[in-house]
Write a protein that binds this ligand. Structure first.
Ligand SMILES: C[S@@+](CC[C@H](N)C(=O)[O-])C[C@H]1O[C@@H](n2cnc3c(N)ncnc32)[C@H](O)[C@@H]1O
Length: 664
């Protein structure tokens, strides 16, 4: 049990941190697999890269950097990428005095996580000279404008140095490298690690396990450790199991010769044979793009395998824990043999009864309950008289001293605000509290929840983690239907978004969000630039109806829209006549920049999964009427709302527009 607690604490610490990569977010193609792992109790990801290509010169070995090896006259590396190995920290350190002799001989250019779309630009080595075309159409290099908050001094100085590379002239051959998918996952037990390796192997042949016992060892050396006091607390606590999974799609080939490093062997725009040499650039792009495509397919296969992994099959140790455990998403599940079953029709006094405190209590203890702040919430009233219900509440509270009251829902969340209402919660145990307000922590960020008058689900924590991991440095993010604001608070406190705007109609929820925003100012664990204060400065709240407010906002100004739309009654779904939020889509899509992304939450029945064609058609038809083209990036079930009815999230990107002007 203590090992489990240590693991949970380390997981929380690790996932609460801001992403250290140059984009400030997880590689978009790796978000799904990270989410599929992080939502499970037994795993958390410590680093990932979905695959990338780049050009480089030098020895090609990152750890060999030294002044002696550097024959480039100290010219500045453009290595600002860091997905799998904390290289950003190395790069930043190399600017400091004590590491001044360590500028890398290994210099990377044109790091690109996507297909090579412009081969003649990307493989033109002549435009590397003097930094004429730093990206070559690959990943955009963060602009100075993205550091307006005074954040990320390391990157700012890196960029300042980059300007000095105007003098860069290749003096050694330029190479092309493709690095396939790589992922590191901490596992709670050896059994969890071997299950993961077995799941990964059909897609990725390269799978390895490192284990060590951390009796005061050096976890801080690993990516997840940062030497912070919080992390120090996690030292000890039993064995560690780290699984590494990587692809085999690698490619490493020279693009030029030592005698003429700046002149491409395959593609050189000035060699006379324009057409022939252009074909070679396309061939090079094909080599890279085919690898990307194969690599992405394997990742998809792995994601599917992860999703197919049943709940709680992995960790025997955990299943035997009769007291249950608080999950990362604050849903407490009790061991099956001890529970009053979910259908409220019997108490199972079966196999485990003799050792089970629950069964021996003789109380109708529910199978599971949520925890929001210091409140335990049962989904429905336990059977029995008031005295029995009080005893159920007290029994649950006795499991965890942090729970101060226990309540039960007595109705569905059918109001416009998706809240139970004043009469929709009955307090079972604990000192009387009315209104039922609490504050709730998620990955180090606190929100305020009025449990009677607002909507909040702690079970959406993994989804909110996925959302914040998708936000890149410098983005303007709009959160419509913000509720008590946990998505907006997470994004403001844990990413390098430039601005976060939250819209909410329910005045109680908006007030909760304003209170949480004030509390954020004092939050010492906020990992965003400027800490809690910085988060507050970048988070704005507008109270009002989205349909009134959205038309007043600047068109083409947001990089990302998060829209967990409310359900519009029982008919909103696969059998429904509701308009499935079309009005909201019509009002919000014009606010997106080209290539901006939307996280659109809809409702679907089990037979509509996994494709969610109805949701696709709705989004597509709105895009069409606005003259926009869209591309679906991801569709996933993110929660269950009723029997065989699910909340789903469709992430899509606006590709091209006729009516909406591009701003980037
Ligand atoms: C499903 S809840 C989501 C809340 C929050 N994002 C979360 O996931 O915890 C939907 C929220 O949208 C709000 N809402 C409903 N219609 C709205 C509208 N027309 N304009 C703004 N907010 C609205 C409701 O008050 C509710 O708080």
């Amino acid at each position: 049990m203590r090992h489990t607690t240590h693991f949970q604490t380390r997981k929380l610490n690790c996932l609460s941190k801001r992403d250290k990569s140059s984009a400030g977010r997880i590689d978009p193609r790796a978000v799904d697999i990270c989410a599929a792992l992080n939502e499970r109790e037994e795993y958390y990801t410590t680093s990932s890269c979905a695959g990338r290509c780049f050009l480089y010169c030098g020895d090609g070995i990152k750890s060999w950097h030294s002044a002696g090896d550097n024959n480039n006259g100290g010219s500045i590396s453009r290595v600002v990428e860091d997905d799998e190995d904390n290289e950003e920290e190395v790069a930043v350190n190399s600017n400091s005095d004590d590491a001044s002799g360590k500028l890398g001989f290994f210099q990377r250019f044109r790091v690109n996580h996507d297909l090579v779309h412009q081969p003649q630009r990307y493989f033109d080595l002549t435009t590397l000279v003097g930094g004429q075309d730093p990206t070559g159409g690959g990943d955009p290099i963060p602009t100075i404008g993205q550091f307006d908050q005074g954040n990320n001094a390391g990157f700012k100085s890196k960029l300042d140095e980059t300007s000095k590379s105007a003098s860069f002239v290749p003096t050694s051959p330029i190479w092309l490298r493709f690095e396939p998918f790589i992922l590191h996952v901490m596992c709670r037990s050896l059994k969890a690690a071997s299950t993961l390796m077995a799941l990964a192997r059909p897609a990725f042949k390269n799978v390895g396990l490192t284990s060590w016992n951390n009796g005061g060892g050096d976890e801080g050396d690993h990516v997840e450790g940062d030497g912070s006091s919080k992390n120090q607390q996690c030292k000890g606590g039993g064995p560690r199991f780290l699984v590494a999974i990587w692809g085999d799609e690698g490619l490493d080939m020279p693009l030029s010769l030592p005698s003429s490093p700046g002149q491409g062997l395959f593609y050189y725009p000035y060699n006379g044979d324009g057409e022939g040499t252009a074909k070679n650039a396309e061939w090079l792009a094909q080599l890279v793009n085919e690898r990307h495509a194969r690599n992405w397919k394997k990742i998809d296969r792995f994601v599917e395998a992860m999703k197919g992994l049943e709940e709680r099959v992995v960790d025997v140790q955990h299943n035997n824990n009769v007291d249950g455990a608080i999950h990362g998403n604050d849903r407490v599940e009790l061991a099956d043999e001890d529970c009053y079953n979910g259908d409220h029709d019997k108490i199972d006094n079966g196999a485990g009864a003799s050792q089970s405190k629950r069964a021996s209590s003789g109380l109708p203890i529910p199978r599971s309950y949520d925890v929001v702040g210091d409140v335990a919430i049962l989904n429905s009233l336990p059977e029995g008289d008031k005295d029995t219900q009080r005893k159920v509440g007290e029994w649950i509270m006795s499991r965890n001293k942090a729970m101060k009251i226990c309540v039960a829902r007595t109705n569905a969340l059918s109001t416009a605000h998706r809240s139970p209402g004043a009469s929709g919660l009955v307090q079972l145990a604990g000192p009387p509290r009315n209104p039922v307000i609490t504050s709730h922590y998620e990955y180090g960020v606190k929100c305020v929840v009025d449990l009677q008058h607002t909507f909040f689900s702690p079970r959406m924590a993994p989804e909110r983690l996925r959302l914040s991991q998708s936000v890149a440095r410098g983005e303007r993010v709009l959160v419509v239907f913000a509720g008590v604001g946990m998505e907006a608070l997470q994004i403001a406190a844990r990413t390098e978004a430039k601005e976060v705007l939250a819209i909410e109609r329910n005045e109680v929820a908006a007030e909760c969000l304003r209170r949480a925003r004030r509390m954020l100012e004092r939050n010492k664990t906020a990992t965003c630039p400027g800490g809690g204060k910085g988060a507050v400065e970048r988070l704005s709240i507008i109270e009002g109806d989205a349909l009134d407010i959205l038309p007043t906002l600047e068109k083409s100004s947001f990089d990302r829209i998060v829209a967990p739309r409310p359900k519009e009654g029982t008919l909103d779904g696969d059998q429904g006549t509701g308009d499935a939020g079309k009005d909201f889509l019509m009002a919000m899509l014009p606010l997106l920049k080209m290539k901006g992304e939307v996280h659109w939450y809809d409702f679907a029945a089990d037979h509509e999964l996994p494709n969610c064609d109805r949701t696709r058609e709705t989004v597509q038809s709105v895009c069409q009427s606005l003259g926009l083209e869209m591309e679906v990036i991801h569709v996933a079930k993110v929660g269950s709302i009723a029997k065989r009815q699910f909340r789903v999230c469709m992430d899509f990107r606006i590709m091209r527009g006729l009516n909406v002007e591009s701003s980037n």
